[in-house]
Design a protein around this ligand. Structure first.
Ligand code: SF4
Ligand code: SF4
Length: 733
């Protein structure tokens, strides 16, 4: 981007440089910090704020902005000219201009002509909206079957529109006055598709392709600068610079640092995860790092003994270790082992994990594999990969039929994922099954069995168990105590951010992309979820079957946040997280105020995360003075259905296995008409339409089957049989 900017500045300078007086300079867009340093910007403004500022300047009554550019897209909600909510597209390119451009190129059509041709479509094709690969396949197969170019391009205009509405806007509210900004707004067929689908007018403002730049300029003018830092047209256009990159060996992160050397000026550096090279104007120095505090409680709740020279038991510093390290550290150390923790997640660990991943799991799971490799490199004798069947939880969660609160199946099955991915050689894997919430005596039995397996006697095992509980309780009570102090220290008008996520997401700096630190640098206190009194919240009435422990904590945190005007959530999740395909939707439904959702994986870029954080903070500053948050969308609860044989309804049973056939026969033998739900193309189409697409395939199919059945039958004549479970997979949700 540097050369493009240099040339641009040169052209502007040659045309108007001698006639204008530059009052200030702002940069925006994904390269805004780099270019800001290069040109000497007075302000660096995130794209969302810049787009919103321009729109509000053009028309202060605009309440909705659709912005679709070449590489990404944004949705912004405004009230009285200020941002109250926003979303950016995720990794998928399906809803961006570059996708349309690629498709136009396939048919040798200039992107400028796309819109006019598409508007001639007689019957735009349904090409799907989910993913570029599917869409491309659909385009190809329709073309082969003789579909017209007009209908294909018309279909693509609808695809990009639907992708935007479903994947970017989601459940957010589309207002009355909609501006369409970004270069894709040149495409008249996309405007028509939006208008047709929404039944609302879409306004394309003048200079819509550069509204970001206009917004940045307005922001700079609003914040008048006595003397601009602008380097001048001449200096920039004649600047002699070079760029290079190197790997920093300062720590195992091995960041790739990009260096821009400019003659006569200090060099510029980008790409480091720490401040070794980049020294910004961070406001974080006085704000306590609660995540570092929590880590200190985690690692130091047990006074370690020196068992050097003893057999080494290694545990990955990943997943539930962020919760149970005190317990296992005490247990194994008391048993006389050298208890070894893998290094903190770093680039090498992530890469090692990705390389040996054999299945498409979530990012934390892939990283866990890298931690296992790290332990093998440390020469451990044992790998400790327990199956934690359930976790410590509120008493209400272990009453009745429910026997606990579970982690997700990936966590429970970590050892089997490791075994299938990594050759651990001579190293023995310890894989005890452990219950932390289901009946105390079982846990004792399980731990005793583990101790015996390691050749220890009953007395020392008992002592180790006692010390393990003491250490774990010390950790929990330190976290709770500190959380209480932190919450009571917040001023009435203060804004603090709560990271609502699983501990292994938020407390692992590499996995969270250091979001807590980034938010602190923006000047806010950032609180771990377990600093909130989540145990005190009873969800048993509202969410009786929330059987995932972290889901319970997240929804409990939502209740606490809703009652405290000072708290705002940032929800960190991962692409492909099974439980979050439900929990996140529950959370969204419950939350009454803006919150930032960050989906992180190995492809996430730091710049995108910073943009989201900055825009989120801007929106918070705008809503903080509002007296009331919008009322929570209340769950629509119908009357509990009662099935009466006399109603003559047909019971439809999803095909979850051959047992469903037996069930059908059982109903029939009682004189009740029962049928199986059989899936076809329509099932899949409807299922995909009415789900977010993050849920598992069986859920999408079952949803599609139910909707299809309702569509083709009188709803008064059908009933559905949907079995329940207590987890740990998604079925019970
Ligand atoms: S985190 Fe800092 S010290 Fe470590 S590799 Fe990156 S720039 Fe170097
Ligand atoms: S809960 Fe989500 S992030 Fe955690 S292990 Fe399961 S799928 Fe991965």
């Amino acid at each position: 981007p540097i050369e493009a900017v240099r040339k641009g500045v040169e052209i502007i300078g040659s045309k108007v440089g001698d006639r204008i007086n530059v009052k200030g300079v702002g940069t925006t867009g994904s390269g805004r910090y780099l270019i800001g340093d290069f040109v000497g910007a007075d302000m660096v403004i995130n794209e969302i704020t810049a787009q919103a500022t321009a729109a509000a300047d053009i028309d202060n009554s605009v309440d909705t902005i659709f912005e679709i550019g070449g590489q990404d897209s944004k949705f912004i909600s405004l009230e009285d000219g200020v941002i109250v909510d926003f979303e950016m597209n995720k990794v998928c390119a399906a809803g961006t201009g570059s996708f349309l451009e690629e498709q136009a190129e396939r048919f040798d059509i200039k992107i400028e002509d796309f819109g006019d041709i598409a508007l001639k479509a007689e019957s735009p094709l349904n090409l799907g909206e989910r993913c570029t690969v599917f869409m491309e396949t659909n385009v190809y197969s329709h073309y082969q079957k003789g579909a017209s170019i007009e209908d294909i391009l018309g279909g693509l205009a609808y695809s990009i529109t639907m992708n935007y509405i479903n994947r970017v806007v989601g459940r957010k509210k589309i207002g009355k006055k909609i501006f369409f900004q970004g270069a894709v707004a040149f495409n008249r067929s996309v405007i028509a598709a939006f208008e047709n689908y929404l039944g609302k007018e879409i306004i394309v403002p003048e200079n819509h392709e550069v509204t970001g730049a206009i917004g940045a300029a307005i922001k700079v003018l609003e914040n008048s600068h006595k003397k601009t830092k602008f380097r001048g047209f001449e200096n920039i256009s004649k600047v002699s610079y070079s760029h290079s990159s190197f790997e920093c060996k300062g720590c195992p992160n091995r960041c790739e640092i990009k260096k821009i050397s400019i003659k006569g000026q200090p060099s510029l550096f980008y790409g480091g995860r720490c401040e070794k090279y980049e020294k910004g104007d961070s406001k974080s120095s006085d704000i306590p790092d609660y995540f570092a505090e929590r880590e200190n409680f985690l690692l130091n709740s047990y006074e370690p003994k020196d068992n050097k020279g003893a057999k080494k038991v290694g545990i990955p510093y990943a997943m539930l270790t962020h919760e149970f390290y005190p317990f296992w550290n005490a247990f194994f150390t008391e048993l006389g082992f050298d208890f070894v923790l893998s290094d903190k997640t770093n680039k090498k660990i992530i890469n090692d994990g990705l390389q040996c991943s054999v299945a498409e799991t979530c990012f934390p799971m892939k990283t866990t594999l890298g931690h296992v490799q790290n332990l093998l490199e440390k020469g451990v004798d044992y790998l400790f990969l327990p199956t934690t069947r359930d976790m410590p939880t509120k008493e209400k969660n272990i009453k009745g039929d429910r026997t606990g609160s579970y982690p997700c199946p990936f966590i429970q099955g970590t050892w089997s994922i490791v075994k299938s991915a990594i050759n651990t050689g001579e190293v023995k894997i310890l894989t005890p099954i452990l219950n932390f919430s289901f009946k105390e005596y079982i846990k004792e039995k399980q731990l005793t069995k583990l101790g015996k397996e390691l050749g220890r006697d009953r007395r020392s095992i008992k002592k180790a168990i006692r010390q393990a509980h003491l250490a774990q309780n010390k950790f929990y009570s330190s976290v709770k105590k500190r959380g209480k102090e932190v919450l009571s220290s917040l001023k009435d008008d203060e804004i603090a951010i709560v990271i609502t996520s699983r501990s292994y997401n938020s407390c692992d700096r590499a996995i969270s992309m250091d979001v807590p630190k980034k938010l602190r640098e923006l000047g806010f206190k950032v609180i771990p979820i377990d600093y909130l009194p989540v145990d005190s919240i009873d969800l048993s009435k509202e969410w009786p079957n929330l059987y995932w422990e972290f889901g319970d904590r997240i929804m409990s945190a939502a209740e606490i946040i809703k009652k405290d005007r000072r708290l705002y959530p940032v929800y960190i999740t991962n692409f492909g997280c099974g439980p979050d395909s439900f929990i996140l939707q529950y959370f969204e439904r419950e939350m009454d105020r803006p919150f930032l959702r960050l989906e992180v994986d190995e492809h996430s870029a730091g710049a995108g995360v910073i943009t989201r954080c900055e825009a989120f903070i801007d929106s918070l500053m705008n809503v903080r003075n509002k007296k009331d948050f919008p009322p929570t969308q209340t769950k629509t609860k119908g009357k509990d259905a009662v099935f009466k044989k006399s109603q003559g309804r047909v019971i439809y049973i999803p095909y979850m296995g051959d047992g469903a056939v037996v069930l059908r026969s059982a109903f029939r033998s009682e004189g009740i008409n029962a049928e199986m739900l059989y899936s076809d193309d329509e099932t899949l189409e409807l299922g995909r339409k009415y789900t977010l697409g993050k849920e598992c395939y069986p859920f999408i199919i079952t949803t599609g089957d139910i909707i299809k059945t309702l569509k083709h039958n009188d709803p008064k004549k059908v009933a559905f049989f949907m079995p329940q479970t207590y987890g740990p997979c998604r079925f019970g949700q």
